[in-house]
Design a protein around this ligand. Structure first.
Ligand code: BES
Ligand code: ZN
Length: 864
């Protein structure tokens, strides 16, 4: 068990901070001064405690102001740094009464490369190396910049003053109110912020350029980037303005600040951060180069901009009380980003993408015994990192999606408006949101939602045709056949989402539901896939479903749902893989992206999991004719080259089809991709960024050291982070052992930014040829990884990256041995999850490998 931290907010509640931070000229350290005013509460003691980490504190002073307004100094007998808790304790020789106090002190800190607190970002302009200084305070890193009460509940106003070089631009949450320059140094004083949490304070200092626009209501919207990237912020700027307009309308609350900045930072640990009025982004999440960016990455930029903008209300104006309710911030924003995109880009069909990219991902993760409830207890800040995960984000978003459907869009929006108005500048817990929605809709939101957010997992609902009724039963769905969690008897309130039966919500383990007179048993429940559960049908119903699929009568999301439920039920051992393959064989006419994503994941999982130890490629080779036949129709319809004015989802589907064909060694496709690659390298041809991934990866898969060097040069040269990512995927897919060593050597060489290391490692683990040496590399370089990216989100996911690719007894044993001897609070849950995924895959491998091989061989398809 982790140690439980005390909430410092309960003994001292700040109302205002004056913070001065002076960046040193070499940008390696800073010094400063803070004055914090606040209220001391509860029982008297002789101590006041703040948070601080890694700072040197001097000249502390405390003043007490009594009810009449008279102030008197408080003697500080000793100052103690309590390192294990990041606490800075001031002890007095007298009992400190409740009332108003002012604390002030000087401090000094170092600027280190870990991408949190105050940190440097590195970039090059015309061959000159430069750096920006930026901040990342979420979740608990404000304490590394100045002493404070660093808890989300401790909301206060902040006035920041920065001292920096005059040639540099300095931005913060608010606009400057005063700037004084002297001897090449400038002191910038920023306006007072609204009442807010410490994790939302931010600043960026350095040589940047900007673009500016205005929202309908007059809010100034700006984008910032380094000089050579500023033109690539044009797309994000346009999106930001439109999302600002959309949210002001949806929430019916004006954006409370005068400006909102979107800043692309050359080094950034996660994707983006919603600091109030100063949103910061990894370059990949903000920049779009109209020539070099893929459509998918453009859509991603739009999603991230919409996500961080929505936090300006949901998260910043109203904030969770403690990290247990982190999902309120992240789950809601992860749902709302889709609503906003759907509104602005209806032709992108975002909800169908949501069903696969969020909901299906969440259903997979939540089918582990070692999942966690959406509302998750957090005892110590070191555990916070591990809950920024699929459950808080994507399950959170999925249960909100289900609720929005249950209440209807209008009642849902009204409840959200009331909630935000009632709790503006305050903090909340999950129940406050349910209460607001219950009040406005008159529906029992608390009892409907409680089970979905407070208990782990979700049900497998089974449906059988009983003639004049259907038999409905539910039990927890756990993929691992060896898990005791399968005996969990929770009964969820399951919305059936179907016409023609008498009941809409089932909250019992099993019931018979009458079919309405004149109707027959429904063909499918969970219509439109808004419910967060999986379904298993009896054979009679399944046969009717197949008829519908074949005759094109079932809609895309329902086809997607049937196949993905079939897939997971197979992995869980409830049906043989041959049943799944029989079902998928009926999907040959399929032409939509969401369904193809599931089909490609079925094919990919069978190929990677069931043939993991298959060194002679028997299964892989046997699959190729089937895959080629499966993609033939779409390859024909879409072609390899883009068609003018085609639907958005077709442009996104093509890379998937081309990629599948390439891995199945489709001659025509491989030849095309290799020729594009040659022309790009030899003649600098502008290749289609949407299939660039397949072009580079195929070249690598078929290539040698020459290709390795060509790709490496390209990696060093390109400014596009989207292209860099395609190259990363390619450079980690070589088959030659000597190239694997060269790839891994790059990680510590400085060629790869710290922010990108985890891609290289996760991808190298996925390549079965480099899996073992990568695992060895991780073990050897663990201390280096810990020191350099140990506080990043990606580090907490390492056990998952490795667990998901191991299926043999030896590798699983080694996995256990390594992580148990190198355990940390942030790895505990992901370790258990990784182990569970490995065990489940191993079971599946044992059960179904032979049957899969027989099935593919029995298809008698000639290759191409
Ligand atoms: N608040 C988070 C950023 C964050 C994550 C801060 C982890 C500290 C620790 C932000 O709103 C966020 O969710 N960013 C996402 C992108 C988003 C589009 C899902 C991210 O960083 O991946
Ligand atoms: Zn977020």
């Amino acid at each position: 068990m982790s140690k439980q931290v005390k909430r410092l907010y309960r003994q001292f509640s700040p109302t205002h901070y004056d913070v001065v931070i002076k960046l040193s000229e070499d940008k390696k350290s800073f010094s400063g001064h803070v004055t914090v005013t606040g209220e001391r509460r509860y029982k008297p003691s002789s101590r006041i405690t703040l948070h601080q980490k890694g700072l040197k504190i001097s000249n502390p002073k405390i003043t007490y102001t009594d009810k009449k307004g008279d102030s008197s100094p408080v003697n500080i007998e000793r100052t103690v740094n309590h390192k294990a808790y990041d606490e800075l304790r001031f002890h007095s020789d007298i009992q400190l009464k409740s009332g108003k106090y002012k604390l002030s002190m000087d401090f000094e800190g170092k600027i280190t490369i870990n991408m949190d607190g105050v940190y440097p970002c590195f970039f090059t302009v015309d061959g000159t190396k430069k750096r920006l200084i930026a901040t990342q305070f979420e979740s608990h890193h404000a304490r590394e910049a100045f002493p404070c009460i660093d808890e989300p509940e401790a909301k206060a106003t902040f006035q920041l003053t920065l001292e920096h070089d005059t040639v540099e631009t300095a931005i913060s949450n608010t606009m400057p109110v005063e700037e004084k320059a002297k001897d090449g140094r400038t002191t910038t004083v920023f306006g007072k912020t609204p009442v807010m949490s410490t994790y939302l304070l931010a600043f960026v200092v350095g040589e940047m350029k900007s673009k500016i626009a205005k929202s309908k209501s007059g809010v100034t919207i700006r984008t910032f980037a380094t000089e050579n990237q500023i033109e690539n912020t044009e797309f994000a700027l346009g999106e930001a303005v439109k999302y600002m307009d959309f949210y002001e309308e949806y929430y019916d609350i004006r954006y409370p600040l005068e400006k909102c900045d979107y800043v692309a930072l050359p080094d950034f640990a996660s994707g983006a951060m919603e600091n109030w009025g100063l949103l910061t982004f990894r370059e990949q999440a903000l920049l779009v180069d109209e020539k070099l960016s893929s459509l998918y990455s453009k859509q991603y930029v739009s999603l991230v901009v919409a996500h961080e903008t929505t936090h300006q209300w949901f998260g910043n104006l109203v904030t969770m009380q403690w990290w247990t309710d982190l999902w309120l911030n992240e789950g809601f924003a992860s749902w709302m980003e889709y609503l906003a995109l759907d509104n602005l880009h209806p032709e992108w069909k975002m909800w169908t993408q949501f069903a696969v990219d969020d909901q299906q991902i969440a259903l997979k993760m939540d089918a582990l015994e070692h999942t966690h409830p959406v509302e998750v207890e957090v005892k110590h800040p070191d555990e916070i990192r591990s809950i920024f995960d699929v459950i808080s984000y994507s399950k959170g978003a999925s249960v909100i999606h289900m609720l929005n459907d249950y209440l209807g869009a209008d009642d849902f929006r009204e409840g959200i408006r009331q909630y935000l108005k009632k709790f503006s500048y305050k903090n909340t817990t999950t129940i406050d949101l349910w209460q607001a929605l219950e009040d406005t809709s008159g529906k029992p939101v608390k009892s409907f939602m409680h089970c979905w957010t407070a208990t782990p997992g979700f049900p497998l609902v089974s449906i059988a045709d009983g003639g004049d009724h259907i038999k409905v039963a539910q039990s927890r769905f756990v993929t691992n056949p060896l898990s005791d969690a399968r005996n969990d008897r929770t009964a969820w309130p399951v919305p059936l989402l179907v016409d023609g039966v008498e009941t809409s919500i089932v909250d019992k383990a099993s019931v018979n539901i009458p079919i309405k007179k004149g109707d027959e048993a429904p063909l499918k429940i969970n219509l439109g896939q808004t419910g967060f559960y999986r379904v298993d049908y009896d054979n009679a119903i399944q046969e009717r479903q197949i008829e519908q699929i074949k005759s094109g009568k079932m809609n895309d999301l329902d086809r997607m749902g049937l196949l993905s439920d079939g897939f997971e039920v197979t992995k869980a051992g409830y049906q043989p893989v041959t049943d799944l393959l029989d079902l998928m064989a009926h999907y040959r006419n399929e032409d939509t992206l969401p369904v193809w994503e599931v089909m490609s994941s079925v094919v990919g999982s069978i190929r990677s999991t069931l043939s993991e130890t298959d060194h002679s490629n028997t299964l892989r080779d046997a699959m190729k004719p089937f895959i080629n036949q499966l993609v033939a129709q779409q390859l024909d319809r879409l072609g390899i080259e883009e068609i003018n004015d085609e639907p958005h989802l077709d442009t996104l589907l093509r890379p998937l089809i081309v990629g599948l064909a390439a891995t199945a060694d489709n001659e025509k496709v491989v030849e095309y991709l290799l020729s594009e690659y040659r022309q790009k390298i030899d003649g600098n041809k502008a290749i289609n960024p949407n299939i660039r991934g397949s072009i580079y990866s195929t070249a690598a898969r078929k290539g040698d050291e020459k290709v390795f060097n060509e790709l490496l040069n390209l990696y060093k040269k390109t400014l596009s982070s989207d292209e860099k990512l395609s190259i990363t995927a390619a450079m980690t897919s070589f088959e030659q052992p000597e190239l694997h060593d060269k790839t891994l050597d790059l990680i510590k060489s400085g060629t790869i930014k710290l922010q990108d290391i985890s891609y290289w490692i996760a991808y190298s683990l996925m390549n079965r040829h480099s899996r073992q040496v990568t695992w060895k590399w991780i073990k050897t370089n663990w201390p280096w990884l810990k020191q350099n990216i140990g506080s990043d989100l990606s580090f907490s996911r390492f056990p998952l990256y490795s667990g998901r690719v191991f299926t043999t007894d030896e590798s699983i044993e080694d996995y256990k041995k390594f992580y148990t001897t190198n355990m940390e609070p942030m790895l505990k849950r992901t370790y258990a999850q990784g182990l569970e995924v490995a065990t489940t895959n191993q079971q599946w491998h044992k059960r179904d490998t032979e049957a899969a091989l027989d099935w593919f061989n029995s298809q008698n398809i000639s290759n191409q």
